[in-house]
Design a binder for this molecule. Sequence first.
Ligand code: 13P
Length: 253
Amino acid sequence: MRQKIVAGNWKMNNDLWEGMKLASEVVNMAKDEVKGQVKLLLIPPFVSLKSVADLAKDSTNVFVGSQNCHEKENGAYTGEISAGMIKSVGAAYIVLGHSERRMYFNESDELLAAKTDAVLQQGLTPIFCCGEQLDIREAGTQVSHVTSQIEKSLFHLSAEDFKKVVIAYEPVWAIGTGRTASPEQAQEMHAAIRNHIASKYGNALAEEISLLYGGSCKPSNAQELFACKDVDGGLIGGASLNSRDFIDIAKSF
Ligand code: 13P
């Protein structure tokens, strides 16, 4: 069965102390309230990564990831952080290609292919983000846009490596806007992504890949989104900053 995942992308929110408070609340609540087969991921800013990973160390269902990494292992890249460094503080996941990074930091499909390699080389799990802007959705070309993002950054991988990737579909028009994709829109895109993966790597492998939905996902809509056949969980922004909301989303399967 595909892994169910609910990941909280804190973005540039919470200082160390706020982050530790939120992480402790999530770890404690997850122990009592969240079913065994759901994995929760906390994705704080880099400065809190080690402290949050320490808080989640003994948890059986809460794991930690970073929001980005550099594509090189080390070297003269002032201000950057490598996948190996992220691994060394106890994180196991790295989000790549979030639309905010594509938009504000000009991350290209080619750069994201290199970052994916760097993450896999460390034995960590990439959470690869894809999604279309509103004008693309309005033009009706969203499926080819998203499958092309996946193809350009991930289709160079061997089947063995592709199996380790988690994909998050986040329509840009739904991020932080309160405007969620309908369950039909989410399911249509997730099925298209899975079919595209199957066309390259075969059905059996495509069936194993966890596909997360992101974009204004909250306790009131998580259940209908997670009920979709090809939606295996969520990548949550705003609602992950509140422990009660985040846990309630994780309980929506
Ligand atoms: P919101 O849940 O705030 O819309 O953000 C989604 C997102 O970008 C998660 O990575």
